[in-house]
Design a protein around this ligand. Structure first.
Ligand code: AMP
Ligand code: GLY
Length: 424
């Protein structure tokens, strides 16, 4: 079976790595891929946003199944286009992908189907939004641009000034373009954040191990938000009882709600949750694997991923037993110094062959230059290790990182540690 993976980050390297292990896989292609992916897949320089280009590639190369990593092609309807052409593809259709591409749609959907989330108001006019901040007892609050904004469209405002300036930048200066036509102002929730991802074919829903991302750039969750500086699973923050509650109160009602709207949700459903005193509440939906959560989750998946994907496409997921490894897994991002601000590219990466054999490296922003692997983005590498428990996984991963070097490389030293009793 020939499989095409769309994307070129750490998530896609993890997908390619796992799909390559399947006895059903004869060849893996990736568009556009990166230097690490190129070691196990044929890479093609087609952008994930070029849907006609991807359709052509899949036809020309006789691809059997296409697996989509990032959100933009899903929200632009790549799945609908492939299905129209009679080709198999893994992911939700455009209408279902709106759960991620429009926060207004997602909030109204949650309200309609009684799915727990923060209280909210929608504004399509900056003056009304500002008036609400002035008049209502609304601080602290969270301001969210409606559309996709590369994870930067959410501002937690602990004072009026921050809230007003967020409204001004999103709705008046339009720093996210059309994504800021509407905003949500919502109640600020307190608690621990957890990512629960699930496989679903629209009928059955199978949650993965609960995971935790680390969004801020510096240790102890300080500094600006990034795409994610590391993740681990399973997280003890989400107990078995809580996982069941998330399944019953959030994941199943979401999939049923999509069906009630006349669509079938097939693919990965990701609920970004706040575990509040009154239970888990949805902060956001994603309609794909999270990056960096995918890296440890895919490493811990014991079942053949091609079997799971085929089960989802053919809507017989209930016949497949999905198994996870025992223990824990941690993934730490190595970034280029300066990220999420300005950073250098084309820095020579050393030591990739020297990492211990119990450590895996999934590439993100890397490329090949004159036969050497160099940096090509802000998040450069993901270093991943398992352990019999979280403590051991953390020790293994940080031992592994020591082998790698490039100029000005930066990584957090506390990924997963918050969940280890007695650890700082
Ligand atoms: P989102 O993209 O909606 O997940 O938001 C990005 C980040 O903003 C989340 O990971 C949270 O840290 C924070 N956030 C979003 N919504 C809320 C909320 N209602 N209360 C507190 N923090 C929030
Ligand atoms: N880790 C969060 C995301 O993938 O959006």
């Amino acid at each position: 079976m020939k499989i095409l993976v769309v994307g070129g980050g750490g998530r896609e390297h993890a997908l390619v790595w796992k799909l390559a292990q399947s006895p059903s896989t004869s060849k893996i292609l990736c568009a556009p891929g990166n230097a690490g992916i190129a070691e196990i897949a044929d890479c093609f320089s087609v952008s994930p946003e070029d849907i006609p280009g991807l359709v052509d590639l899949a036809k020309k190369e006789d691809v059997d199944i296409t697996v989509v990593g990032p959100e933009i092609p899903l929200s632009n309807g790549i799945v609908d286009e492939f299905i129209k052409e009679g080709m198999q593809i893994f992911g939700p259709e455009k209408k279902a992908a709106e759960l991620e591409s429009s926060k207004v749609f997602a909030k109204d959907f949650m309200h309609k189907y009684d799915i727990p989330t923060a209280k909210y108001k929608i504004f399509s006019d900056a003056e009304n939004a500002k008036k609400y901040i002035h008049d209502a007892n609304s601080i602290p609050c969270v301001i969210k641009a409606d559309g996709l904004a590369e994870g930067k469209g959410v501002i937690v405002a602990r004072d009026k000034e921050t809230a007003l300036s967020a409204i001004e930048s999103i709705m008046v200066e339009r720093i996210f373009g059309n994504a800021g036509d509407k905003i949500i102002i919502e109640e600020c929730l307190d608690g621990e954040e957890v990512s629960i991802l699930a496989f679903t074919d629209g009928k059955s829903v199978y949650p993965m191990l609960p995971a935790q991302d680390h969004k801020q750039v510096y240790d102890r969750d300080k500094g600006p938000n990034t795409g994610g500086m590391g993740a681990y699973c399973p997280t003890p923050v989400c107990t078995t009882g809580l996982q069941q509650k998330v399944l019953e109160e959030i994941l199943i009602p979401t999939v049923k709600g999509v069906r009630a709207e006349g669509h079938n949700y097939k693919g990965i459903l990701y609920a970004g949750l706040m575990i509040t005193k009154s239970g888990p509440k949805v902060l956001e939906y994603n309609v794909r694997f999270g990056d960096p959560e995918a890296q440890p989750l895919i490493k811990m998946l014991e079942t053949d991923l091609v079997t799971v994907i085929k089960g989802i496409i053919n809507e017989n997921l209930q016949d497949i037993e999905i198994k996870w490894k025992e223990g824990a897994c941690v993934s730490v991002v190595i970034a280029s110094g300066g990220y999420p601000g300005k950073y250098k590219k084309n820095l020579h990466i050393q030591g990739l062959r020297a990492v211990p054999c119990n450590v895996e490296v999934f590439h993100a922003g890397t490329s090949l230059k004159d036969g050497e692997i160099v940096t090509a983005g802000g998040r450069v590498l993901n270093v991943i290790a398992e352990g019999s428990d979280l403590n051991e996984a953390v020790e293994n991963v940080y031992r592994g990182i020591k082998a790698i070097y490039f100029e000005n490389m930066y990584y957090r030293t506390d990924i997963g540690r918050k969940a280890i009793p007695g650890s700082k």
